[in-house]
Design a protein. Structure first.
Length: 207
């Protein structure tokens, strides 16, 4: 299975690196970071740079596409090369997926019309403008489209995809190899569990 993760300026690092790590552990899976042209792409914090090793034109038919989100999504919505590549890849890919606000790019490419989909809780209601049916769940699967909620949910989505394609035993082995056993010190990882007064501060951290 060949996974393509498109990069664009000011993506959120974990949106891309979380799923990458899951697939990189999986036997027989290959991950390629792509962009309009090969080269470095810097994340939203401005301190981490990932290398796109392949241009869109050189990878038109990946098996899986994982579109990360981040503050750069707003500008990327006007990136015709990226949107055209997403649309073209969707004609052949087994799964088209997104993490966080990457779902807006799937929507802009016309892939979410009438479909249930999710994104970061702070922007969930905006998905409807792209024809999607917003669903407040961590991972939403609808046919060949799979969307994940905010940032860390990309790891859950990648494990789901790995289990569906390679079997639960493989996905479980990768989860154990990663020691992905979340036990956060605070029960405030979603609006359902966090104090209401934290919402404004949390959204203020996303620039």
């Amino acid at each position: 299975m060949h996974v393509a993760i498109p990069l664009y300026p000011r993506f959120t690092a974990l949106d891309a690196v979380g799923p990458y790590t899951v697939f990189a552990f999986a036997p027989g899976w290959r991950v390629t970071f792509v962009a309009a042209a090969p080269g470095p792409v810097t994340d939203d914090a401005g301190h981490l740079t990932l290398q796109a090793t392949t241009g869109y034109a050189d990878l038109p038919r990946p098996d899986v596409v994982v579109v990360p989100g981040g503050p750069g999504t707003a500008e990327a919505l006007g990136d015709r090369a990226l949107l055209d590549w997403i649309t073209g890849a969707s004609r052949h890919a087994r799964w088209m997926t997104s993490v966080c606000s990457g779902s807006f790019l799937l929507g802009a490419a016309g892939l979410l019309t009438g479909r249930p989909a999710t994104t970061h809780w702070g922007w969930l209601d905006r998905l409807a403008a792209f024809g999607a049916v917003p669903v407040g769940e961590r991972v939403v699967h609808d046919g060949d489209v799979v969307t994940a909620a905010g940032v860390s949910a990309g790891i859950d989505m990648a494990l789901f995809l790995l289990g569906a394609a390679a079997g639960e035993a493989t996905a479980q082995a990768v989860q154990l190899a990663m020691e992905y056993d979340p036990q956060p010190p605070y029960a405030c990882g979603s609006p359902a569990s966090a104090p209401a007064e934290l919402a404004e501060a949390a959204l203020g951290l996303i620039k």
